[in-house]
Design a protein around this ligand. Structure first.
Ligand code: PHE
Length: 348
């Protein structure tokens, strides 16, 4: 019996010596030390021995079991260390090597322009408003002094949404941002200084027009607001956005929601509106920027304000156009902005 046990130990240790991977090590361990393993088999055989003999052999067997277990333990530790060393070798990294920088994008040039315009007006106390870009006829036309079938509505080539009318008329894809005027007056008492930038839609598409574009709208309402305030704000914008030499001029125009109404021109950045220069860019010194005017009394009334007490001005025009007019832009087709051509977009 004793020699059987010795034999088992020697066989086990010899096999253990040869084992070179974890899987085989586990298998051998189960085979020798497991519940149904060889050692337990021998232990069972020992049950049939006489009492005093079993005691001696039992002790011997236990000692051997201990030494087999510790041999397995040593082997396990050895293999673990080997594996760690191998891994350290395989997975070696140079922590001082420069990393791979992910391609960081940037805001779309039109978005950049919107941010810049908003920031420019915020600096002189304007607050950004968020107004629906799909709105009721009432806010887009009716409340702006353009009732029912007024022909002035034709100036805006408007998309109407197919669907039932609400109490404020049909739903409209806003063709301008002026729907913000009465909406803001309904929610806020003067002094009002708001800037609203939003998507706008018109039935048009060519090198200078898109069916989806952006506009920004400014509205100032308070006691004693005059055209000089309007002119001051427009000049401030021209100088801040386009450059310190630029200035604006107001030309009489007509809008139903402002009275008087103006078209705003900005002095040409090349000839500085000097009539003695024969400028190839602007031809006459000035370039058309957008529309503006003093808020019409009927619009103030729509907004719940007394025109005897309050006055105000409004202005609005296209974001893309503004961007394209900036010096050095050289964009001759507005549709380039939305082609998603990275070669174009990456230049900004
Ligand atoms: N909403 C006008 C347009 O789209 C511009 C405008 C805004 C005119 C505010 C006057 C006042 O053409």
């Amino acid at each position: 019996m004793k020699s059987k046990i010795e034999q088992l130990k020697n066989d086990a240790l010899a096999l253990l010596e040869k084992v070179s991977d974890r899987e085989n090590l586990e298998a051998l361990k189960t085979d020798v030390l497991g519940r149904k393993g060889k050692l337990n088999e021998l232990m069972k055989e020992m049950m049939s021995l006489a009492d005093d003999e079993r005691k001696v052999i039992g002790q011997f067997a236990n000692e051997l079991k201990g030494s087999i277990e510790s041999a397995f333990g040593d082997k396990e530790r050895f293999m673990f260390e080997q594996e760690e060393l191998r891994r350290a070798e395989d997975e070696w990294i140079d922590v001082t090597a420069p990393g791979n920088f992910p391609d960081a994008g940037h805001l779309h040039p039109v978005t950049q322009t919107m941010v810049e315009i908003e920031e420019t007006f915020k600096k002189i106390g304007f607050t950004a408003a968020r107004i629906p870009e799909i709105d009721w006829d009432y806010y887009v036309f009716e409340s702006l002094n353009m009732p029912g079938d007024h022909p002035a509505r034709d100036d805006w080539e408007t998309f109407f949404v197919d669907g039932p009318e609400g109490p404020k008329g049909k739903l409209v894809l806003t063709p301008h941002t002026s729907n913000s005027q009465v909406r803001v007056m309904e929610n806020q008492k003067p002094p009002i200084r708001m800037i609203n930038i939003n998507r706008t839609y018109r039935r048009q598409s060519d090198t200078r027009h898109l069916s989806m574009f952006h506009q920004f709208e400014g509205l100032v309402v308070d006691r004693g607001i005059t055209i000089t305030h309007l002119k001051g704000v427009l000049d401030y914008f021209a100088k801040t956005y386009f450059g310190p030499n630029r200035t604006t001029r107001l030309r009489p125009h007509h809008f139903r929601f402002t009275e008087p109404s103006f078209e705003i021109d900005i002095s040409c950045g090349v000839c500085n509106a000097d009539p003695s220069v024969n400028c190839r860019l602007c031809k006459e010194g000035w370039m058309e920027l957008g529309g503006a005017g003093m808020v019409h009394p009927n619009v103030l009334k729509s907004g719940g304000l007394n025109p005897e007490e309050f006055s105000g001005f409004a202005f609005g025009w296209g974001v893309e156009r503004t961007m394209m007019m900036k010096e050095g832009m050289n964009i001759d087709d507005i549709r380039m902005l939305y082609k998603n051509d990275l070669r174009f977009v990456k230049q900004f």
